[in-house]
Every structure is written in C-alpha cells, then in structure tokens.
Design a protein around this ligand. Structure first.
Ligand SMILES: NC(=O)C1=CN([C@@H]2O[C@H](COP(=O)(O)OP(=O)(O)OC[C@H]3O[C@@H](n4cnc5c(N)ncnc54)[C@H](OP(=O)(O)O)[C@@H]3O)[C@@H](O)[C@H]2O)C=CC1
Ligand SMILES: CC(=O)N[C@@H](CCC(=O)OP(=O)(O)O)C(=O)O
Length: 355
C-alpha cells in the first residue's frame, strides 16, 4: 500500500538532497557544473557564486541554463553540504581551509591542491602555497577506493586526465614501467581550455585557421602526470616530453602519446592490456579506430585507440576527451558521486547536448 501522496514523497526526497554551491559558477567549468548538477537527482543547487558577473542571473549569461539563481559574491556562506570550486589558480587555496574546518565536502577544479611537492608546485604554478596543502587526487580510474572515503578532492587537469588515462595501463605495471625508455606527448586543446576570461585565445582573428604550441617543457600538467605514477619530475627515470597546442575548436583535448619500451609489444597485446585495465570503467572506451573529438564532446567519456606498435618498441596511444566534462565538470561530478556512495554514472550518461 502507498502511504505517501506523491507530493509528500517529493518533499521527502527534496529533504534528502545534498545542498550544493558552486564558487566560480560563471566560468566555463562552473557553467558546465551548473548544467549537469541541475539534472542530478540527489542534488539541489543552493548558490552560484561569481566575481565580475555577480548580480546577473545565471540564465542571462548562459541562456541554456535552467535555473532562476542569480550569481552572488562569495562571502563565507556555509549553508551547503558540498562546495565545488572552479576558480583561477591560487583562489581556492584561500577558501578551502575554512570549508574543511566547517566539515564541508569540497571538490576543487584548480591546480592548487594537485601537486604534493611545494617546490614543484611553486615552480610550475608560479604561486606560493603552504606545506601539506594537497587533497585526494580525483582520477577515478586510478584512485577509486580512496576517492570514496575522501571528504575533499583535487580534480585533475584536463590534459593530465587524457594523458594519464593513455599511460595508465602501461605505467601502473611495474615491469612495463621499468621497461619504459621515453614518453612523448603531443596534445591539441580546444580554446575553452584557457577559461572564459582569456583574451587572446578567444579572439577569432587570432585563432581561426591557426594552431600554436605553448608551454613546451614547462606545462603545469607534466609534474601531475608523472606524480600519478609515483614519478618525480625532478628526477624522472625516462625523458617525458609534452607539447601542448591550442587549436580552433571550442572544446576537446586530442592527445597522441608515444611510449618507447625496451621490449616490443604487439598491437594485439597492447589492445588486450588496455581492454582488461579498463573493463570495469564506465567512462573509458577502448576503440579499434582512432578516436575523434566529436565522439566525446559534451560527454564524460575518454576514448582511447592504440593505433601503432613497431619493432623498436614504440606504442602510439591516442586519447580524446571533452576538456570541460571529463577534463573538468563531469569528472568532478563523477568524484562527488563516488564520495556520496552513488553510482559514479549518476547524471553523467544522459542529457548531454549533441548526443
Ligand atoms: N577550462 C578548462 O578546460 C579547465 C579548467 N580547469 C580549472 O578550473 C578552474 C576554472 O577554469 P575555467 O572555468 O576555465 O575558468 P573561467 O575563466 O572560465 O572562470 C573563472 C571563474 O572564476 C571567477 N573568478 C575570476 N577571478 C576571480 C577572483 N579573483 N576571485 C574569485 N572568483 C574569480 C570568474 O567569475 P566572473 O566570470 O564572474 O568574473 C569565473 O566564475 C581553473 O582553475 C582551471 O585551471 C580545470 C580543467 C579544465
Ligand atoms: C588551452 C589552455 O590554455 N589550457 C590550459 C589548461 C587548463 C587546465 O585544465 O588546466 P589547469 O586546471 O591546470 O589550468 C593551460 O594549458 O594552461
């Protein structure tokens, strides 16, 4: 027998929902968090915080958002259970300690809490931070059990996600890691990777028909990627060369990772290894063909294709993600789902644009 009217049930469910706020909600990652969390069955968004755009309605800035909320200035409110931070580097460091002291769950999308070594962080991010300021790193495919137990997460960088997932089936294997002679990565990023406030990168005349490489050898995701495999950028056991490039796409990261091993691995062996490694991962798809940006845009998937193995021990792995979803907001929600004991797929497998 049904003891509850559907209205009472609805109110009961509303009460059980996690109260969530987004700080930095008016940026590209923040707007994707808003869009995806608006459809999340276990979440109610209480506040959207912005900086320059405070005072505007979210749906005026991003007309596709289905929310009546107005962007506010964050002044220390603690009424939510969960805080997502999608702020420029350095800003989360100022807010996270107080949120944690108040017992809040935190998911930070910036680089502030990713790197364990303070000196490495300061070298690559060009800002200072106190010793010990790292949070559980939120790459679900590598650290799922730790994420489930965590109260605060440092969400991975976008390139770092794509490259870490391309390398994991090789570098988490002690034997293959010891056999690795070099890793060389070329990666194209869509322009939204630079954030909404970037001026040059969003100028049509600068970007149209153009591609450029930048931060070669000094990109902040290099130490993050090596750290994911227990390697220190100050003394890597093999050369790691990373060439990021920006391309005239709005969204997407497209990465080719070449691993040179001392031994030869056949294409069949490589495919079997990758398929086995990711067999229980809902958001990594191993493809027979080279992946494409349009296959992952607006989704939380990382598509991976192992395209070439030669007699010299080279393996070419191609991976593609949407930088704003698997590279930012989607992965952050995947982490929240794990922290809350929900299915990690909740709100991430439907409702996407263009699908
Ligand atoms: N874009 C991407 O693909 C990815 C980004 N990230 C990281 O996520 C974070 C957010 O990036 P993204 O969304 O691209 O950035 P955006 O530049 O698009 O947005 C930045 C947000 O922070 C707010 N903001 C800007 N300056 C300040 C300030 N001084 N104090 C408080 N709030 C401020 C902005 O508010 P307003 O607009 O109202 O001024 C906006 O809401 C960054 O740390 C980035 O590195 C991580 C992975 C991928
Ligand atoms: C195109 C572009 O400029 N991309 C940004 C990556 C942004 C990101 O995801 O990484 P962080 O969170 O570490 O900033 C860059 O290369 O710095």
């Amino acid at each position: 027998m049904n003891f509850y009217s559907s209205k009472t049930k609805e109110r009961h469910h509303e009460k059980l929902k996690q109260k969530v706020s987004i700080i930095g909600a008016s940026g590209y990652s923040g707007s994707e968090l808003t869009r995806l969390l608006s459809d999340h069955p276990a979440v109610e968004i209480l506040h959207l915080y912005a900086h320059g755009q405070a005072g505007k309605k979210a749906a005026e800035v991003y007309p596709y958002l289905e929310t009546d909320l107005t962007y506010e200035t964050y002044e220390g409110d603690l009424s939510s259970n969960i805080y997502f931070l999608a702020l420029p580097h350095g800003e989360a460091l100022k807010l996270v300690p107080d949120l944690l002291k108040a017992g809040k769950k935190v998911i930070d999308l910036s680089g502030d809490f990713r790197i364990h070594s303070v000196s490495v962080h300061e070298k690559y991010y060009k800002n200072t931070k106190p010793e010990g300021s790292t949070l559980q790193y939120g790459q679900p495919e590598l650290f799922k059990e730790d994420i489930k137990k965590a109260t605060a997460i440092s969400n991975p960088g976008c390139y770092a996600t794509s490259i870490t997932l391309a390398l994991a089936p090789i570098l988490t294997d002690a034997h293959l890691k010891a056999e690795t002679e070099s890793v060389t990565v070329n990666a194209l990023s869509g322009m939204s990777g630079a954030g909404r406030s970037s001026k040059t990168i969003h100028s049509f005349s600068e970007m149209s028909g153009n591609v450029w490489a930048y931060k070669i050898g000094v990109h902040q995701h290099s130490p993050e990627i090596l750290q994911n495999f227990g390697l220190d950028i100050a003394c890597p056991p093999f050369p790691f060369t990373f060439v990021p490039m920006v391309a005239p796409l709005v969204r997407g990261i497209y990465t080719t990772t070449t691993v040179k091993l001392k031994q030869k691995l056949s294409l069949e062996e490589a495919h079997a290894r990758f398929r086995d490694f990711y067999k229980n991962e809902p958001f990594v798809r191993i493809k027979n063909e080279a992946p494409e940006i349009r296959g992952v845009a607006y989704t939380n998937y990382c598509d991976i294709g192992i395209q070439y193995c030669d007699d010299f021990g080279n393996i070419v792995i191609i991976s593609a993600i949407d930088n704003l979803i698997k590279g930012a907001a989607g992965q952050a929600i995947q982490n929240m789902n794990l922290m809350l004991g929900l299915s990690e797929e909740t709100a991430l497998k439907s409702g996407f644009f263009g699908q």
